[in-house]
Write a protein that binds this ligand. Structure first.
Ligand code: AMP
Length: 278
């Protein structure tokens, strides 16, 4: 099947075939992490739509919207290689009318942890995801566990807005040295890589401990060891559904999440662990 590139709703309607549709939303600069999401979508649905859209709404004015990598031609090659049916690549002007008014609010959950570090980010993210859902009308959508709070907020939006879409989470794909793949990793210099590796090392060290206080302390110690090349934004041990900090007696799945700056590049990572198993 030839890969179809769609730019608007009309193109999407024409490209739609009978059967189930899976959507994989991305901002492009596709890597193995995106490709693992696409493969999961392929297994689960008859038709796979990958959206490639760098969403200006989720970047604040001091963030890297204009610098964000755009590699559309090689993204198309990756999509062809993965058997994607449709790439949805709208123009910013087609997504956002100049007189637009209404946006999604991510609520309190969107203002904590990553949301506290990036005010407005999750409102912009949910707004574009809701628009993508309405344009593509998928039966299911696949998101990476790499952006764990994003995944939790999308599940919350689907529940709160009664969206008839199944949400699948997909495990984080890493380099052999532990660094989580990210479109922003291309900005890391050779010298940046060493402090960058402290994120995944801290998460692994933390996850090997048993209690919330030990987990936080151990992970923070590893981040501190990385020295001034690593500027930590936050380290949080949270309930995966609400992203609120867990108490010492919490039982069940938890997410240990970190964000840090290495040079001019901001990196995030997380691991899921089980606390106080019975
Ligand atoms: P992005 O293009 O960065 O907006 O990411 C698009 C989707 O790919 C999101 O659902 C991300 O969580 C997911 N993703 C990004 N990096 C990874 C990774 N290393 N492993 C798995 N999924 C990822």
């Amino acid at each position: 099947m030839e890969l179809i590139v769609a730019g608007n709703r009309e193109d999407l309607v024409k490209a739609r075939r009978a059967g189930t549709v899976a959507l994989v939303p991305t901002m492009g600069a596709l890597h193995e992490g995106h490709r693992s999401l696409i493969r999961q979508a392929r297994v689960r649905a008859d038709q796979v739509v990958v959206s490639i859209f760098v969403n200006p709404l989720q970047f604040s004015p001091n963030e890297d919207f204009s610098r964000y990598p755009r590699t559309f031609d090689s993204d198309l090659d990756a999509c062809r290689a993965e058997g994607v049916d449709v790439v949805f690549h709208p123009a910013v002007e087609d997504m956002y009318a100049p007189d637009r008014q209404i946006a999604v609010s991510s609520g309190e959950m969107g203002r904590i942890v990553e949301g506290a570090a990036r005010p407005g980010h999750f409102d912009g993210m949910l707004t574009v995801v809701l628009k993508l859902f309405n344009l593509v009308q998928p039966d299911l959508a696949v998101f990476g566990q790499k952006d764990a709070q994003q995944l939790a907020l999308i599940r919350r939006m689907v529940a709160d807005f009664d969206l008839p879409i199944e949400i699948l989470g997909s495990p984080t794909v890493r380099e052999p040295d532990g660094l989580a793949l990210s479109s922003r990793n291309r900005f890391l210099s050779e010298d940046d890589r060493r402090p960058a590796l402290a994120l995944s090392r801290a998460l692994r060290a933390g996850a090997a401990r048993l209690t919330p206080s030990e987990i936080r302390r151990t992970a923070m110690a590893v981040l501190d060891e990385a020295g001034p090349g690593l500027e930590v934004d936050y380290l949080a041990l949270v309930d995966p559904a609400t992203f609120t900090e867990v108490s010492e007696s919490y039982e069940g799945l938890a997410v240990l999440a970190v964000a840090a700056r290495v040079g001019s590049t901001r990196l995030i990572d997380n691991v899921t662990l089980t606390l106080n198993p019975a």
